[in-house]
Ligand binder design. Structure first.
Ligand code: FES
Length: 145
């Protein structure tokens, strides 16, 4: 089941969180624990840091689950990448494949999903195939050596 996109907004920023592609790297939690605190019911508090700090932290989200739009911008910078542009794929040690660039993924059930900056499972334990859902942490996945 697809989870809804979460939207958090101030006069300066709009931050979105797509729980369907989060890999639970916790870069946001470690980077700005006052802003990103999963122990709170409303886990994002944009008033707890400056806009620049939030933009810098969101940029470190490896899955693309977090995106930010600054006031006056039409789209997140990542969404301005051209269709058919370059795609880069990296490997997160003991984790997913990290994709940067626009891609179209066809799920096993035929659903077509367009993504940028997504993470693809390589451990086989995800419940959101082919996307990583952080299950590699739960099962203790180790990269083949
Ligand atoms: S690599 Fe993350 S769930 Fe499989």
């Amino acid at each position: 089941m697809t989870k809804r996109l979460q939207v958090y907004q101030t006069d300066a920023l709009v931050v979105t969180f797509d729980p369907n592609v989060c890999i639970h790297s916790a870069n946001c939690v470690r980077g700005l624990p006052g802003v990103f605190d999963p122990s709170r019911p409303k886990w994002v508090d944009l008033g707890a840091a400056t806009a620049a700090e939030i933009v810098a932290t969101v940029a470190k989200c490896p899955s693309g689950a977090l995106k930010v739009v600054e006031a006056g911008a039409a789209k997140p910078a990542a969404e301005s990448l051209p269709a058919g542009g370059p795609v880069q794929i990296g490997v997160k040690p003991n984790g997913p494949l990290l994709v940067r660039g626009r891609i179209t993924v066809t799920r096993e059930n035929g659903e077509v999903v367009e993504r940028e900056s997504c993470s693809l499972c390589r451990c086989g334990a995800t419940k959101n195939a082919p996307f990583c859902d952080g299950s590699h942490n739960r099962i203790g996945f180790k990269s083949p050596s």
